[in-house]
Design a protein around this ligand. Structure first.
Ligand code: NAD
Length: 428
């Protein structure tokens, strides 16, 4: 790995500045959109099971809510930083805008490692998060959702705390809830399926048969697993999957020459998306170093773990066979890789378009909650596919017609939509 350390917020600002310049945005709009509108940095004291008190640092950042209530997940991660949350909140604004849903961008995070917390401690942490932010969250202001190492149970605890304090039911206050408790059918699969909806559109437009393709995947959590399920259902072959192993504090790549069996791997992973090394070995998987996923002779790379995984230092490891870079994670590629991607002529599905299925389905969940009327899984997935396909077509057509890099085309559409709303509201 490179010893340059990448700051995701600087990456997000660099990406924005480049397109703002191309769009010739006026100074006021530029200044407003290159930073968050509101930030909350706070502490959450949690009574631990052993009677001691631990104080956790937490963040909620609202980047922009010109187009609607701000939307964005809450991460639990030991390396969470204010700048990571700022970057992610900014990407949420562009993500909602590129798929044209009436929401703004926000993000939250808690510096913690839930592997080391009991369920009761996690519940107290979730409730503490909401108590500290009460008044700032709500169905018409800022709507959280799950993200890395948070899930439907965490969301339900947060909702319960919010409703207990407010004395009424607000199921649209948070999304990603369990089905039957205000959650939407299809939400669990939405991000991963959305990734493959846009991937298959890209392949179709480029005249590539998905059934003849192979892929290598980093991350086998919510996004990675469901992307792998849909991609293999459509006939693609996943050669290997890389994920983190908490026990050994390092990552491994699980490979099978004939292609991995996705449901089989899913059955031996824990709730954090870590695959059991010994069980995988006994099922005949080759166990390779964690970064081996990057250098495989495949057609498609799908980074679906964390940000800053593909840097110029590791870029040369990407096999010459790779044709598509499908950014399922947020910010998996550092901005200084953009010229390298273009030089190599890789087809790029930029992150905030590629993984927008999650927030799109969260939006559907919110709509259903606000109506208190729930749709079938087919209806949700049909609407998801329609929205993702339409957004892809907009970006792809702009990129083709203007001979534009796909990331710039996605940014151009998203930033234009937000900038126009900001101007129409009279903010800048
Ligand atoms: P998750 O916590 O469910 O899974 C993360 C996966 O990444 C796990 O399999 C973990 O083992 C793996 N991982 C972590 N560090 C790794 C490393 N160094 N090397 C290899 N693997 C590693 O998270 P998720 O919800 O699947 O999110 C993955 C990415 O997608 C994140 O960037 C997230 O912000 C983004 N995202 C998630 C959603 C969603 O709906 N969950 C929506 C949009 C974007």
């Amino acid at each position: 790995m490179s010893n340059i350390s990448y700051n995701p917020y600087e990456s997000a600002q660099a990406q924005f500045d480049r397109v703002a310049e191309q769009l010739n945005l006026n100074q006021g709009v530029r200044e407003l959109l290159r930073q968050p509108m509101k930030e909350f940095h706070f502490t959450i004291p949690v009574k631990m099971d052993d009677g001691t008190t631990k104080v956790f640092k937490a963040f909620r950042v609202r980047h922009n809510d010109a187009r609607g209530p701000a939307k964005g997940g809450i991460r639990f991660h030991p390396h969470e930083t204010a700048d990571t949350v700022r970057a992610l909140s900014m990407w949420m604004t562009w993500k909602c805008a590129v798929v044209d849903i009436p929401l703004g961008g926000a993000k939250g995070g808690v510096i913690c490692d839930p592997h080391n917390l009991s369920l009761a401690e996690q519940e107290r942490l979730c409730r503490g998060y909401v108590r500290q932010l009460y008044g700032q969250l709500g169905p018409f202001s800022d709507v959280p959702a799950p993200d890395v190492m948070t899930n439907g149970q965490h969301m339900l605890w947060m909702l319960d705390e919010y409703e207990t304090v407010s004395g009424a039911r607000y199921p649209g206050m948070i999304t990603g809830k369990p089905v039957g408790m205000g959650g939407s059918l299809g939400r669990t699969e939405a991000t991963g399926y959305g990734v493959v909806y846009v991937l298959s559109e890209l392949l179709k437009n480029e005249g590539i048969d998905i059934k003849a393709t192979t892929a290598s995947l980093q991350g086998f959590g919510n996004v990675g697993e469901y992307a792998a399920r849909m991609y293999t259902e459509l006939g693609g072959k996943i050669l290997c999957v890389s994920c983190w192993n908490q026990k050994d504090k390092k990552s491994y790549t699980f490979k099978k020459e004939d292609g991995v069996n996705v449901p089989e791997l899913a059955s031996i992973k824990d709730s954090f998306g870590s695959i059991d090394v010994e069980k995988a070995r006994s099922l005949g998987y080759d166990i390779l170093p964690g970064d081996a996923w990057l250098s495989q002779d495949v057609d498609i790379l799908i980074p679906a773990a964390l940000e800053n995984q593909i840097t110029p230092a590791v870029f040369p490891q990407i096999s010459k066979s790779v044709r598509v870079l499908c950014e399922a994670a947020n910010g998996p590629t550092t901005p200084d890789c953009d010229p390298l991607i273009q030089e190599r002529g890789l087809l790029l599905l930029p992150d905030f378009l590629c993984n927008a299925g999650g927030v799109t389905c969260s939006y559907f969940e919110q709509v259903q909650c606000n109506m208190n009327y729930f749709w079938s899984r087919e209806e949700v997935l049909d609407k998801l596919k329609y929205t993702m396909t339409k957004a892809f077509a907009g970006v792809y057509d702009l990129a083709k017609s203007q001979n534009m890099y796909m990331r710039d085309a996605a940014y151009t559409i998203a930033i234009n939509r937000v900038a126009n709303t900001v101007k129409l509201r009279g903010w800048a």
